[in-house]
Design a protein around this ligand. Structure first.
Ligand SMILES: CC(C)(COP(=O)(O)OP(=O)(O)OC[C@H]1O[C@@H](n2cnc3c(N)ncnc32)[C@H](O)[C@@H]1OP(=O)(O)O)[C@@H](O)C(=O)NCCC(=O)NCCS
Length: 148
């Protein structure tokens, strides 16, 4: 497997995966807008020619925030998420970025386990932040990881 930059050429695949993994996934235009933003960057992970997942983040001064992270369902739980996150942490450390934030839905237990396992700690919650079917909402949990 190998990790390279996520580019504007990857927006269609990124959108497809996002929709497969999230309720109300992002549109192709969302990805295009993010990747045109000078503060936003992305990495993708591939196995041979297969696009398996990606991570998108924003950098502001010495801090960064993960905007989204997705591994395609057939490739989940095989260490690809770990590999991609490690690649990001190495890159951020080289850029002297010392804190990495993210937000995850309260009902996404798999992602919470993943982030806790990777050294993130819970900072707080944002009540009723993510929309769910039938006009329901769930809290967002804020996590942070110090990069040393
Ligand atoms: C969360 C996600 C990125 C994890 O990626 P992954 O490649 O499947 O994770 P890894 O195989 O690298 O797992 C590393 C560790 O995280 C934890 N973990 C990952 N998936 C888990 C799950 N479904 N349930 C419980 N723990 C899990 C485990 O501790 C795992 O180690 P182990 O397999 O040795 O027990 C992936 O499940 C995903 O894309 N989910 C859908 C989108 C999403 O929720 N993104 C995150 C929100 S921003």
């Amino acid at each position: 497997m190998y990790v390279t930059s996520l580019t504007l050429n990857n927006c269609a695949q990124a959108t497809q995966l996002h929709r497969a993994c999230f309720y109300k996934g992002w549109t192709e235009k969302d990805f295009q807008d993010f990747l045109r933003d000078p503060l936003v960057f992305g990495l993708k992970i591939q196995k041979e020619d297969t696009f398996c997942g990606y991570i998108l983040w924003r950098e502001i001064d010495h801090e960064a925030e993960i905007l989204t992270l997705v591994i395609a369902p057939p490739f989940q739980r095989k260490g690809l998420g770990n590999h991609l996150l490690k690649a990001l942490l190495t890159y951020l450390k080289e850029k002297k970025i010392s804190k990495l934030f993210l937000e995850v839905a309260e009902d996404n237990k798999a992602a919470q386990s993943f982030y806790l396992r990777n050294g993130f700690t819970l900072l707080g919650t944002r009540p009723k932040y993510y929309k769910r079917p039938e006009n329901k909402f769930v809290d967002a949990l804020n996590f942070v990881r110090v990069i040393e």
